[in-house]
Design a protein around this ligand. Structure first.
Ligand SMILES: [Zn+2]
Length: 333
């Protein structure tokens, strides 16, 4: 005896039915503007819809209602399925029931397969792109996505990992707080903002905060406050990129300040040394190491100013961000 899947495979393929929609067969098509209307009917038409009355209660046909459902585009044309849906009326209680349509999402007037594809495309593309691709309105894609996301996230409880990564992602021009499990390289959550009150309200509800042993983050001031309140025992690791970045900014500011005091030729010479100042001394050859040494000796106090500026930059990050004042270079330099 054949299994149900084998029966399905062995069923002769109807070459005229390009829809390949289980439970339906195509009976005609009609061009309507830029779109295509496909008339379909149920493969097992005539199935009687029953209510809760006793099985012997008489049920009669009660006319048909033409309904339409969206489905995948065919050859870039939007497709609307049209079906004359049978109505049944119970002679006992008088209730009218509509024929059940398999694989149709009657609330959104589309096939279930089309709704699922819209949801997936809305994840991988922009809403506008997904809407254009399927010939539907962007608001519909947005609604389908929101429902899909709510379904996926239903019951999701973020679990705090051993190594917690804190970062931000700019979406629609605003910084959003992102949390990740660094060891498993997976994302845990995304908050609408990275403001202290938003982050604190989030961590406040989590019960397993003690799992966190290490936190990796940048130098954003709000993270410091949050860590001191909720992760006092965790070790904080700051990506060296952020530290090096401020050191580079400090060096650049000192260079510019010194340059401003020099004559024309001096300024040109100083500009030529930008790569030298940005390089790691250990990677320089002997000649360039000597050049760097000479340069630093001729502006001996510059290193001291660079260090001050670097510390100032760090403090500016530790406090609410504001414009950092440029280094004032005195004539003594
Ligand atoms: Zn009834």
């Amino acid at each position: 005896m054949l299994s149900p899947s084998e029966v399905k495979r062995n069923k002769p393929l109807n070459n005229h039915d390009l829809l390949r929609l289980d439970g339906f067969q195509t009976v005609g098509t009609e061009q309507a503007g830029d779109g295509l209307i496909v008339d379909v009917e149920l493969a097992d038409a005539g199935r009687i819809e029953r209510c809760d009355c006793p099985p012997m209660t008489e049920i009669k046909k009660h006319g048909r209602r033409t309904v339409r459902f969206k489905d995948f585009p065919i050859q870039r044309q939007s497709v609307t399925l049209r079906i004359k849906r049978q109505r049944w009326r119970c002679q006992g209680c008088g209730k009218v029931k509509l024929e059940t349509l398999p694989g149709i999402d009657a609330d959104r007037n589309m096939t279930v397969r089309f709704r699922n594809q819209l949801a997936l495309d809305a994840v991988n593309r922009t809403f506008t792109d997904a809407a254009n691709m399927h010939g539907v309105k962007e608001t519909l894609v947005r609604r389908v996505f929101n429902e899909y996301a709510a379904e996926q996230l239903n019951g999701y409880v973020p679990a705090m990992p051993r190594v917690l990564g804190m970062d931000e992602k700019f979406i629609n021009g605003r910084a959003r707080f992102v949390l990740g499990d660094v060891e498993s390289r997976s994302m845990i959550d995304l908050l609408p903002s990275r403001k202290t009150d938003v982050i604190e309200a989030y961590f406040h509800t989590l019960r397993d905060r003690q799992n966190v042993e290490i936190i990796t983050q940048d130098m954003y001031w709000a993270y410091k406050e949050v860590n001191e309140r909720y992760f006092r025992k965790a070790m904080i690791v700051i990506d060296k990129f952020h530290v090096v970045r401020y050191a580079n900014i400090a060096v650049e500011n000192v260079r510019k300040a010194i340059q401003g005091l020099l004559d024309n030729q001096g300024r040109i010479n100083m500009k030529r040394r930008i790569p030298l100042l940005g390089a790691r001394p250990a990677t320089l050859n002997d000649e360039r190491q000597r050049d760097l040494k000479k340069l630093l000796q001729s502006f001996r106090t510059a290193g001291h100013y660079a260090f001050r500026f670097f510390r100032k930059s760090l403090r500016a990050r530790a406090a609410p961000l504001g414009p950092t004042s440029p280094l004032k270079c005195s004539g003594a330099l």
